[in-house]
Design a protein around this ligand. Structure first.
Ligand SMILES: Nc1nc2c(ncn2[C@@H]2O[C@H](COP(=O)(O)OP(=O)(O)OP(=O)(O)O)[C@@H](O)[C@H]2O)c(=O)[nH]1
Ligand SMILES: [Mg+2]
Length: 331
């Protein structure tokens, strides 16, 4: 059976509500990929990780190199879990979307930050598929560490795996026309997709694992467009004195009670409102009381992070089901 060249699903003409639907099996793309590519029209698919674990298990039976792609702006809360499934293969860690974070950051500090996940990687590289940052270096590393002609590209959904594959294909092959479908929605790639770079190297894209605690699972496509940064984030710092409240759209509220310096790393399309008098805005969202040691980030999974300098207690309200966690400051 033919596969859709955009998402890897098996093409079918029977049920337009199921993945892989196309009017004619001669089409290279399923209807969903066609609409994403030509009309920017996204159709949300409800998927489950069980659909993807088999693919990862079969990769684990090989000795092939895997590239673990991680979105630097939105590091998954449970990143190490993927290493429990892929525990056999040599792994190259690729930290992507470098263009979203300020130019001035120390890349060595970021690379060291990932030591805490004990991923046992052979190497780490920061890249940006959007700006071609470090892609030449990435290809050199892939060729250096690969153990056969096959290299698998794995990670969580929306990490930027397919975008990276497209850029490698575009930059380093004569294939300028076919491209894997990419989108801001979770679960864009639905099955494995092979991309031949040369006789000695075939990259294999895979569907990303879902992050159950990501805010992307709980909001409309329009809100997702708003919270997804498209260019370098301009961090916004507030000097807080006494009781102050920050309200960010209908999705986030932060209550601070002591002097502090607070820096928001969020999409600049979001408006941050600071208020000084207690109001009952957004208190029906889920409440998280955070005991901060100082020099930590509050991570709102899928939305961004907030750097806090001084030790304090901050109360965060956000959508029910979204993972909120603390980490040592990334930047
Ligand atoms: N700013 C920026 N955005 C990127 C970069 N790479 C990917 N993106 C964006 O991230 C979103 C997800 O990219 P995809 O390539 O579809 O992610 P994926 O990992 O293949 O996702 P699944 O197929 O769902 O597993 C898209 O909106 C891309 O445009 C990058 O280097 N910089
Ligand atoms: Mg993909």
């Amino acid at each position: 059976m033919n596969k859709c060249s955009g998402c890897g699903s098996l093409l079918q003409t029977i049920d337009c509500k199921l993945e892989g639907y196309t009017k004619s099996l001669d089409n290279p793309l399923c209807e969903r990929c066609f609409r994403i590519k030509h009309y920017n029209d996204y159709q949300v698919l409800i998927k489950d990780n069980v659909d993807y674990i088999d693919i990862l298990n079969s990769i684990n039976k090989t000795n092939d190199l895997v590239i673990l792609v991680v979105d630097l702006f939105s590091i998954p809360a449970h990143l190490a879990e993927i290493r429990n499934i892929i525990n056999n293969n040599p792994m190259l860690l690729v930290l992507t979307k470098r263009d979203l974070l300020p130019k001035s950051l120390y890349e060595d500090k970021i690379i060291n930050y990932f030591n805490q996940y004990h991923l046992g990687v052979c190497d780490t590289i920061l890249i940006s598929s959007n700006t071609n940052y470090h892609l030449d270096e990435l290809l050199i590393k892939i060729k250096q560490y690969k153990t056969s002609t096959k290299v698998y590209v794995i990670g969580y959904t929306n990490a930027g795996k397919s975008s990276m594959m497209n850029k490698l294909l575009y930059n380093y092959t004569d294939n300028k026309f076919s491209s894997i479908t990419t989108s801001i929605l979770p679960s864009t790639t639905l099955n494995t997709i092979e991309a031949i770079i040369d006789d000695d190297l075939t990259l294999i894209d895979t569907p990303g694992l879902l992050e159950n605690g990501s805010i992307a699972n709980f909001i409309s496509v329009d809100t997702l467009k708003k919270i997804t940064p498209m260019k370098t984030i301009r961090p916004i710092t507030y000097q807080v004195k006494g009781h102050q409240i920050f309200i960010i759209d209908e999705i986030l509220r932060l209550d601070c009670n002591s002097s502090n310096s607070i820096t928001f790393f969020l999409s600049n399309k979001l408006v941050i409102n600071r208020i000084y008098k207690d109001k009952d805005n957004l208190i029906d969202l889920t409440k998280h009381i955070l005991n901060i040691k100082g020099h930590q980030d509050i991570v709102i999974t899928g939305l961004g992070f907030i750097k806090i300098i001084e030790a304090c207690i901050i109360t965060v309200y956000t959508i029910n089901g979204v993972d909120v966690y603390l980490r040592d400051s990334l930047i």
